[in-house]
Design a protein around this ligand. Structure first.
Ligand SMILES: C[S@@+](CC[C@H](N)C(=O)[O-])C[C@H]1O[C@@H](n2cnc3c(N)ncnc32)[C@H](O)[C@@H]1O
Length: 319
């Protein structure tokens, strides 16, 4: 598919606002300047359809409920512990979150959540950002499509109006296009996972390299920020079991240090989901676990990895 080609995506009729696909007409090459053209023609609408089917047939039924419960637990805990210092608009973190959890009257009958957590502005359950790293090529990889189906379920059904940003250095233009159809933005540069957050954010990072989780923790190495992270990714406790302590501590220092403070809930897997989400857990860090840490806990030398580290593609890598 030529990068200059224009693709028109039509708005579907009769869908409620929260399920609308984006309508736009723009050159694919502007979606993500870092992405390369596909080497073969791709039937985008077939893949989009397949991901929606997977979402409806598997992920909406089997898996998302437990993940949503974990997100609820994290947000309730965050709500309880957030400081009350107001921002420039006079709103405290706690008020912002409380506002985001109010407004049930806007929600529709699909809601199965507890009233105290349901629901955010515009009918969403949670007003959080979602950032997705390391999906791989949605167009060509069945596992990436399975993972996109759960991402879509989280985004559309549960956090309908949340902003969702995706990045993988291996994305082709068709991958960007598919994700845009689901209302996600494609990040236009390699952040190496070093994204500082200002609001509660779900990081969806299935089967990513340890360096990416380590960088994310480094970038948010403060009490408030760490407690606003919800990380869906490879089990931190399994990393601890598999790696020699000396290497874990040296190479993935921030995962190692946070490990005793993290709450980890493994995914409940079924035969349908065990490949795409093997070794996957939800992780979050209650603020209470962080407040009494000594000063030296908070030193944060920027991580660096050897060039042979195959787990992360860095900004300057040619690959
Ligand atoms: C082991 S693969 C997992 C792919 C897919 N999620 C799966 O489960 O099969 C790790 C992914 O992380 C991506 N990755 C590497 N460096 C990255 C970076 N700096 N930012 C985002 N993703 C990155 C790779 O391109 C690759 O797609």
């Amino acid at each position: 598919m030529a990068s200059e080609q224009f693709v028109e995506v039509k708005r579907k009729k009769g869908r409620s606002n929260r399920h609308q696909e984006r309508s736009y007409q723009q050159p694919l090459c502007s979606l993500n300047s870092a992405s390369s053209a596909d080497s073969v023609d791709v039937d985008i609408s077939r893949i989009v359809r397949r991901i929606r089917e997977l979402r409806d047939e598997v992920y909406a039924k089997e898996m998302s409920q437990k993940v949503i419960e974990d997100v609820e637990t994290w947000l309730i805990n965050l709500d309880a512990s957030m400081n009350t210092k107001p921002d420039k608009k006079g709103q405290s973190d706690k008020e912002k979150l409380t506002n985001s959890l109010d407004g049930c009257e806007k929600h529709d009958s699909e809601c199965t959540q507890k009233p105290e957590i349901c629901c955010g502005e515009n009918g969403s359950l949670f007003d959080v950002d979602i950032v997705c790293y390391g999906l791989g090529c949605v167009t060509t990889c069945p596992i990436a499509r399975e993972q996109t189906a759960l991402l879509l379920e989280l985004k559309e059904r549960q956090c309908a109006e949340s902003s969702c940003y995706c990045y993988d250095p291996h994305f082709k233009l068709s991958d960007c296009h598919i994700l845009r159809q689901f209302g996600s933005d494609v990040i236009d540069r390699n952040e190496e996972g070093k994204r500082p957050i200002t609001r509660p954010t779900i990081f969806f990072m299935p089967h990513c390299g340890k360096a990416l989780y380590n960088n994310l923790l480094w970038a948010n190495w403060e009490t408030d920020e760490l407690s606003k992270l919800f990380i869906i990714g490879n089990s931190f406790s399994a990393m601890n079991e598999r790696l020699p302590q000396r290497i874990f501590e040296k190479e993935y220092h921030f995962i190692f240090k946070i490990l005793p403070l993290v709450l980890e809930e493994p995914f409940l897997l079924t035969p349908h989901t065990e490949t795409a989400f093997s070794d996957t857990s939800c992780h979050w860090i209650p603020q209470l676990n962080l407040v009494s840490k000594p000063v030296d806990f908070w030193t944060r030398p920027e991580p660096s990895y050897s060039e042979e580290d195959v787990e992360i593609i860095c900004k300057n890598d040619k690959s």
